[in-house]
Design a protein around this ligand. Structure first.
Ligand SMILES: [Zn+2]
Ligand SMILES: [Zn+2]
Length: 153
């Protein structure tokens, strides 16, 4: 994502939140920017730390509330990362799946349409009507593979 897109995302969120009756204050705007800009899942405390570094007077409660609102509107989702289910990441626009680096958290959405077909077959095999699935891949990104090699040599 380019810088412009990030700002657009954050502005878009801001509009959606105010349409939903949520008042956008400066602290909340800062929190939106941080989540929209970051290419990896963040814990509420990480968001809090980054927000505080940008502007003083942001409380952890505000971070949690803002995440809650974003989640209600399906703009962010909870992600399993390093044994933590509290981390949040921007949602993809369509139904997609997430690939996460277990070392640095760098994340990418992908379609995986072939898998969707497989899931249908699996559920049919057991006589289920499929209503949903949750899927996330974990791995090491290129950068982290390189760094690990350097560390080990
Ligand atoms: Zn990585
Ligand atoms: Zn899927």
């Amino acid at each position: 994502m380019k810088n412009n897109d990030r700002n657009n995302l954050s502005i878009n969120w801001e509009n959606l939140l105010s349409q939903a009756g949520y008042r956008i204050t400066q602290p909340r705007r800062t929190i939106l920017d941080i989540i929209a800009e970051t290419e990896r899942p963040l814990t509420p405390v990480e968001i809090f730390d980054r927000a505080r570094a940008k502007s003083a007077g942001i409380g952890l409660v505000t971070v949690y509330r803002t995440i809650e609102k974003l989640e209600e509107l399906h703009l962010v989702e909870h992600v399993h990362h390093l044994g933590d289910c509290q981390t949040v990441f921007r949602s993809s626009e369509q139904h997609q799946h997430l690939l996460i680096c277990t070392r640095c958290g760098s994340s990418h959405y992908f379609d995986g349409l072939e898998m969707e077909e497989q899931f249908k077959h699996i559920s049919q095999k057991f006589g289920y009507q499929l209503t949903g699935h949750w899927l996330q891949l974990a791995g090491l990104c290129e950068e982290c593979q390189k760094n690990l090699k350097k560390e080990q040599s």
